[in-house]
Design a protein around this ligand. Structure first.
Ligand code: GDP
Length: 197
């Protein structure tokens, strides 16, 4: 795995919102990051930013909101609320589903979704649901598989194959925020396919 290139943007927090009327107004493209709580989404966003930006999203009161950040002049990174339904009430699940589906359905600026998952976890109901939302509106998805530093090569190969089979996509990017691996490849893909295109 190549050592991370240091190619960072000036990242600034724009605002947090729940419903479409509160989304920020701008002329850039948006790339949204979504994942199960604890998947490593904040660490990945911080790694891409080269600073501790995602802490905003983890402050109390903001965890259920959609958080918008300028990534330099090139695009707006959207940090979506984490999921993990087992521990949540029916109302919370409905609220999350409504916010996420509403955003994906209605946001014209949105050009792609980064589904963040711990490489050691299986593809579950929530990931299926997110794929359905994206497919419905023809939105491209990549899967960032985090924490690859926790596995050896053989285990990693097995996990990649298992996730690929269920995700029905070959746009899978193995990453480690801790070891600074892989996310430059994913970022290059996002630029080439979603931002510049
Ligand atoms: P979030 O809830 O999806 O935003 O997840 P966080 O980014 O807060 O990470 C959850 C936990 O996983 C934290 O303890 C992180 O330190 C850890 N973590 C995140 N990324 C990595 C990684 O690439 N490698 C390892 N070993 N741990 C990670």
């Amino acid at each position: 795995m190549p050592v991370q290139k240091k190619k960072k943007h000036k990242v600034t927090y724009i605002k947090s919102a729940f419903l479409p009327p509160d989304y920020p107004v701008h002329k850039k493209k948006e790339v949204a990051f979504v994942g199960r709580s604890n998947a490593g989404k904040s660490s990945l966003i911080n790694a891409l930013a080269g600073s501790d930006v995602a802490k905003v999203s983890n402050t109390p009161g903001k965890t259920r909101l959609i958080n918008f950040f300028n990534f330099g002049d090139s695009y707006v990174l959207v940090d979506m609320p984490g999921y993990g339904f087992a521990a949540r009430s029916g109302d919370e699940i409905r609220e999350w589903t409504q916010a996420i589906e509403g955003y994906i359905d209605q946001r014209d600026e949105l050009v792609g979704l980064v589904l963040v998952m711990d490489v050691r976890r299986d593809w579950e109901e929530e990931e299926k649901m997110l794929m359905r939302f994206a497919n419905k509106v023809g939105l491209p998805v990549v899967v960032a598989m985090t924490k690859i530093d926790r596995l050896n090569q053989k285990e990693l190969k097995e996990r990649l194959a298992a996730i690929k089979q269920h995700a029905h996509t070959d746009k899978l990017f193995p990453v480690s925020s801790t070891k600074e691996q892989g996310y430059d490849v994913m970022e290059d893909y996002i630029y080439k396919e979603w931002i510049k295109g």
